[in-house]
Write a protein that binds this ligand. Structure first.
Ligand code: TMP
Length: 242
């Protein structure tokens, strides 16, 4: 399918790694995955061929399984290598991070060595604002500033932990430790909260279960090299039948 046949409408939103287009149906959007990568709030930029296709394929493989596990999502179908059809949502401007193992900003902030297992999953919230670098917030802040209601946050936390249970097991069965990940949620026109955005090596930390080799965007963030190969390996593992 060429992009001309996608019937994309107006560009609604352009993020660092994706574009979101309106369609003739107000209840649906088309998401386009780009090959661009950024890190540290876009201070570091890169691009590699196949990144968009890989993240699209990984997300499109996981979302129907999350739906089957009882997690409502915005996903409708994969259209082609770069595009997905999704339900139109208004994104809740609260990024949800779930951690199984200390790493990244958690390790830095608290002085906990990367790789230290956590005795229970940790859910963190950040305000989705590129201008401010997605600062850490708590639920009171989100409620007080009207970004989400108490009820929304209860639903979001429960869904995030359900996603965590599903994905941790899913990746363990494929030889991958799910260290942490970031989710975004959206609201449908009727107010229902659904999982939105992508689940990919851009938004998760994946370590090989045997070697602890990093198979995610930390390869790019930390100049380790081999990012294209790591993403391709994660697509291979995600699509492995066990
Ligand atoms: P952090 O340790 O840098 O806070 O990242 C936690 C997780 O969230 C990690 O899996 C990467 C993901 N993440 C995003 O998806 N987008 C972001 O902007 C950041 C900072 C992290």
């Amino acid at each position: 399918m060429t992009t001309g046949e996608l019937n994309r409408g107006e560009l609604k939103y352009e993020g660092k790694a994706k574009r979101v287009y309106a369609t003739a149906n107000p209840a649906e959007y088309i998401v386009e995955y780009k090959d661009d990568a950024t890190a540290f709030n876009a201070q570091k930029r890169g691009t590699w061929e196949g990144k968009g296709q890989t993240n699209n394929a990984i997300t499109a493989h996981l979302y129907p399984q999350l739906e089957a596990a009882g997690i409502p999502t915005h996903f409708i179908e994969k259209l082609d290598d770069r595009h997905q059809r999704v339900k139109a949502v208004v994104i809740v401007p609260v990024e949800v991070i779930v951690r199984n193992v200390a790493a990244g900003s958690f390790s830095k902030r608290l002085g906990i060595e990367e790789g230290t297992p956590l005795s229970r999953p940790v859910v963190e919230y950040c305000y989705k604002s590129d201008a401010l670098g997605d600062p850490l917030i708590n639920s009171d802040t989100a409620i007080a500033l009207g970004w989400a209601t108490q009820e929304d946050l209860k639903t979001i936390r429960e869904l995030a932990l359900k996603v965590r249970d599903f994905l941790t097991d899913y990746f363990a069965q494929r030889g991958v430790r799910l260290i942490d990940f970031k989710l975004e949620f959206g609201k449908l026109a009727d107010g229902e909260i659904v999982l939105a955005d992508e689940i990919s090596p851009d938004t998760c930390r994946f370590w090989d279960a045997t070697t602890n080799e990093k198979l995610d965007k930390d390869r790019f963030r930390r100049d380790l090299g081999g990012e294209a190969e790591a993403y391709a390996e994660m697509l291979r593992r995600v699509t492995t039948e066990v």
